[in-house]
Write a protein that binds this ligand. Sequence first.
Ligand code: SF4
Length: 217
Amino acid sequence: MDITPETPWDSTPDISARIIAAISRVSSVLRAGMWEFATAEHLNPTQAEILQLLNDRTEGVRLSWLAAQLSVSAASASDSVTALVTKGLVRKARAPDDGRASALWLTDAGKQLVTRMGSALGFADDAAAALEAQVQGQLLVGLFKLIAQLQKSERFPTLRACLSCRYFEANKFPGQPTPHHCALVKAPLPITFLRIDCAEHQPSDAATERRNWEIFA
Ligand code: SF4
Protein backbone atom coordinates (compact mmCIF):
# COMPACT_ATOMS: atom_id res chain seq x y z
CA MET A 1 0.00 0.00 0.00
CA ASP A 2 1.31 3.40 -0.96
CA ILE A 3 1.39 5.80 1.92
CA THR A 4 1.88 9.44 1.06
CA PRO A 5 3.33 11.23 4.04
CA GLU A 6 1.52 14.46 4.94
CA THR A 7 3.49 17.64 4.63
CA PRO A 8 3.68 19.49 7.93
CA TRP A 9 1.18 22.07 6.59
CA ASP A 10 -1.55 19.79 5.25
CA SER A 11 -3.68 20.09 8.35
CA THR A 12 -3.35 23.86 8.70
CA PRO A 13 -6.84 25.43 8.63
CA ASP A 14 -7.58 28.06 5.98
CA ILE A 15 -6.44 31.56 6.82
CA SER A 16 -10.11 32.63 7.06
CA ALA A 17 -10.67 29.97 9.76
CA ARG A 18 -7.58 31.10 11.64
CA ILE A 19 -8.68 34.76 11.48
CA ILE A 20 -12.02 33.85 13.05
CA ALA A 21 -10.29 31.61 15.62
CA ALA A 22 -7.95 34.48 16.57
CA ILE A 23 -10.83 36.97 16.89
CA SER A 24 -12.74 34.45 18.95
CA ARG A 25 -9.78 33.95 21.33
CA VAL A 26 -9.29 37.69 21.74
CA SER A 27 -13.00 38.06 22.36
CA SER A 28 -12.87 35.33 25.06
CA VAL A 29 -10.04 37.12 26.84
CA LEU A 30 -11.95 40.42 26.74
CA ARG A 31 -15.11 38.71 27.95
CA ALA A 32 -13.20 37.15 30.84
CA GLY A 33 -11.81 40.58 31.77
CA MET A 34 -15.31 42.04 31.61
CA TRP A 35 -16.68 39.16 33.69
CA GLU A 36 -14.05 39.72 36.38
CA PHE A 37 -14.84 43.43 36.52
CA ALA A 38 -18.61 42.88 36.48
CA THR A 39 -18.45 40.32 39.30
CA ALA A 40 -16.42 42.69 41.46
CA GLU A 41 -19.06 45.38 40.85
CA HIS A 42 -21.97 42.99 41.54
CA LEU A 43 -23.16 43.15 37.93
CA ASN A 44 -23.73 40.38 35.44
CA PRO A 45 -21.89 40.60 32.09
CA THR A 46 -25.02 41.71 30.20
CA GLN A 47 -25.54 44.58 32.63
CA ALA A 48 -21.89 45.60 32.20
CA GLU A 49 -22.30 45.53 28.42
CA ILE A 50 -25.44 47.68 28.62
CA LEU A 51 -23.53 50.29 30.59
CA GLN A 52 -20.84 50.31 27.88
CA LEU A 53 -23.46 50.70 25.15
CA LEU A 54 -25.07 53.65 26.93
CA ASN A 55 -21.75 55.45 27.32
CA ASP A 56 -21.44 58.80 25.49
CA ARG A 57 -25.06 58.76 24.35
CA THR A 58 -26.62 62.12 25.04
CA GLU A 59 -29.88 61.48 23.19
CA GLY A 60 -31.07 58.46 25.15
CA VAL A 61 -31.30 54.90 23.93
CA ARG A 62 -34.38 52.74 23.28
CA LEU A 63 -34.67 49.31 24.85
CA SER A 64 -35.25 47.72 21.41
CA TRP A 65 -31.91 49.07 20.18
CA LEU A 66 -30.12 47.70 23.24
CA ALA A 67 -31.69 44.27 22.71
CA ALA A 68 -30.55 44.25 19.05
CA GLN A 69 -26.99 45.23 20.01
CA LEU A 70 -26.85 42.48 22.62
CA SER A 71 -28.60 39.90 20.40
CA VAL A 72 -31.04 39.14 23.23
CA SER A 73 -34.83 39.39 23.50
CA ALA A 74 -36.47 42.67 24.54
CA ALA A 75 -37.72 40.94 27.73
CA SER A 76 -34.20 39.86 28.69
CA ALA A 77 -32.77 43.35 28.00
CA SER A 78 -35.63 44.83 30.03
CA ASP A 79 -34.75 42.68 33.09
CA SER A 80 -31.13 43.82 32.96
CA VAL A 81 -32.13 47.47 32.53
CA THR A 82 -34.55 47.27 35.47
CA ALA A 83 -31.70 45.95 37.67
CA LEU A 84 -29.42 48.80 36.54
CA VAL A 85 -32.12 51.41 37.23
CA THR A 86 -32.56 49.93 40.72
CA LYS A 87 -28.80 50.17 41.30
CA GLY A 88 -28.91 53.86 40.32
CA LEU A 89 -26.62 53.35 37.31
CA VAL A 90 -29.20 53.97 34.56
CA ARG A 91 -31.99 56.55 34.29
CA LYS A 92 -35.21 55.90 32.40
CA ALA A 93 -37.33 58.81 31.15
CA ARG A 94 -39.55 59.87 28.25
CA ALA A 95 -37.79 59.83 24.89
CA PRO A 96 -37.25 63.42 23.71
CA ASP A 97 -38.45 62.57 20.19
CA ASP A 98 -41.53 60.53 21.20
CA GLY A 99 -43.48 61.30 24.38
CA ARG A 100 -45.10 57.84 24.37
CA ALA A 101 -41.77 55.98 24.37
CA SER A 102 -39.07 55.84 27.02
CA ALA A 103 -35.32 56.10 26.63
CA LEU A 104 -32.31 55.26 28.78
CA TRP A 105 -29.30 57.26 29.91
CA LEU A 106 -26.37 56.61 32.24
CA THR A 107 -26.54 58.36 35.59
CA ASP A 108 -23.39 60.04 36.97
CA ALA A 109 -22.72 56.86 38.98
CA GLY A 110 -23.13 54.83 35.76
CA LYS A 111 -20.65 57.07 33.93
CA GLN A 112 -18.10 56.68 36.72
CA LEU A 113 -18.50 52.92 36.60
CA VAL A 114 -17.96 52.85 32.81
CA THR A 115 -14.75 54.86 33.29
CA ARG A 116 -13.52 52.26 35.79
CA MET A 117 -14.52 49.51 33.35
CA GLY A 118 -12.33 51.12 30.66
CA SER A 119 -9.36 51.01 33.04
CA ALA A 120 -10.05 47.36 33.86
CA LEU A 121 -9.94 46.43 30.15
CA GLY A 122 -6.95 48.71 29.51
CA PHE A 123 -4.66 45.68 29.14
CA ALA A 124 -6.18 45.00 25.71
CA ASP A 125 -5.82 48.61 24.61
CA ASP A 126 -2.19 48.55 25.78
CA ALA A 127 -1.56 45.41 23.70
CA ALA A 128 -3.05 47.02 20.57
CA ALA A 129 -1.16 50.27 21.21
CA ALA A 130 2.13 48.32 21.40
CA LEU A 131 1.78 47.27 17.73
CA GLU A 132 3.59 49.30 15.07
CA ALA A 133 1.46 52.16 13.76
CA GLN A 134 1.31 50.60 10.29
CA VAL A 135 0.11 47.27 11.71
CA GLN A 136 -2.53 49.05 13.81
CA GLY A 137 -3.83 50.79 10.66
CA GLN A 138 -3.89 47.56 8.64
CA LEU A 139 -5.65 45.72 11.43
CA LEU A 140 -8.28 48.45 11.77
CA VAL A 141 -8.96 48.48 8.02
CA GLY A 142 -9.12 44.67 7.96
CA LEU A 143 -11.63 44.62 10.81
CA PHE A 144 -13.76 47.29 9.09
CA LYS A 145 -13.77 45.15 5.95
CA LEU A 146 -14.76 42.07 7.92
CA ILE A 147 -17.60 44.02 9.56
CA ALA A 148 -18.64 45.25 6.10
CA GLN A 149 -18.91 41.64 4.92
CA LEU A 150 -20.89 40.66 8.02
CA GLN A 151 -23.21 43.63 7.49
CA LYS A 152 -24.09 42.20 4.06
CA SER A 153 -25.37 39.06 5.77
CA GLU A 154 -27.29 41.25 8.25
CA ARG A 155 -25.59 39.47 11.13
CA PHE A 156 -23.99 42.55 12.60
CA PRO A 157 -25.94 45.10 14.65
CA THR A 158 -25.95 48.75 13.65
CA LEU A 159 -22.93 50.69 14.86
CA ARG A 160 -22.36 54.38 15.42
CA ALA A 161 -19.68 54.08 12.74
CA CYS A 162 -18.71 56.59 10.05
CA LEU A 163 -20.00 54.25 7.36
CA SER A 164 -23.55 54.46 8.74
CA CYS A 165 -23.43 58.19 9.52
CA ARG A 166 -25.25 60.87 7.53
CA TYR A 167 -22.22 63.15 7.84
CA PHE A 168 -19.99 60.62 6.09
CA GLU A 169 -19.28 61.54 2.47
CA ALA A 170 -17.77 58.50 0.78
CA ASN A 171 -15.32 59.26 -2.02
CA LYS A 172 -15.95 63.01 -1.95
CA PHE A 173 -12.43 63.39 -3.34
CA PRO A 174 -12.06 60.39 -5.69
CA GLY A 175 -8.51 59.33 -6.45
CA GLN A 176 -7.07 61.35 -3.56
CA PRO A 177 -5.06 59.65 -0.81
CA THR A 178 -7.84 60.71 1.60
CA PRO A 179 -11.02 60.35 -0.48
CA HIS A 180 -13.63 60.34 2.32
CA HIS A 181 -14.93 63.38 4.24
CA CYS A 182 -16.81 64.17 7.44
CA ALA A 183 -19.38 66.91 6.80
CA LEU A 184 -19.74 67.58 10.53
CA VAL A 185 -16.17 68.61 11.19
CA LYS A 186 -15.72 69.60 7.51
CA ALA A 187 -12.48 67.64 7.18
CA PRO A 188 -11.09 64.78 5.11
CA LEU A 189 -11.39 61.46 6.85
CA PRO A 190 -8.38 59.13 6.44
CA ILE A 191 -9.34 55.46 6.65
CA THR A 192 -7.32 55.10 9.83
CA PHE A 193 -9.51 57.84 11.39
CA LEU A 194 -12.82 56.14 10.59
CA ARG A 195 -14.73 55.64 13.82
CA ILE A 196 -16.51 52.53 15.01
CA ASP A 197 -18.37 54.34 17.79
CA CYS A 198 -18.70 58.13 17.38
CA ALA A 199 -20.67 60.23 19.87
CA GLU A 200 -21.65 62.70 17.10
CA HIS A 201 -22.95 59.94 14.81
CA GLN A 202 -26.32 60.55 13.16
CA PRO A 203 -27.81 57.59 11.26
CA SER A 204 -27.95 57.81 7.49
CA ASP A 205 -30.74 56.25 5.46
CA ALA A 206 -30.49 52.48 4.92
CA ALA A 207 -29.61 52.72 1.20
CA THR A 208 -26.71 55.12 1.82
CA GLU A 209 -25.42 52.99 4.67
CA ARG A 210 -25.51 49.87 2.50
CA ARG A 211 -23.73 51.70 -0.32
CA ASN A 212 -21.02 52.98 2.06
CA TRP A 213 -20.30 49.53 3.47
CA GLU A 214 -20.20 48.07 -0.06
CA ILE A 215 -17.76 50.76 -1.26
CA PHE A 216 -15.57 50.00 1.69
CA ALA A 217 -15.74 46.22 1.35
S1 SF4 B 1 -16.50 61.24 12.51
FE1 SF4 B 1 -18.49 60.96 13.55
S2 SF4 B 1 -19.76 62.63 12.70
FE2 SF4 B 1 -18.02 62.37 11.28
S3 SF4 B 1 -18.71 60.91 9.72
FE3 SF4 B 1 -17.70 59.73 11.34
S4 SF4 B 1 -19.38 59.09 12.69
FE4 SF4 B 1 -20.14 60.80 11.47
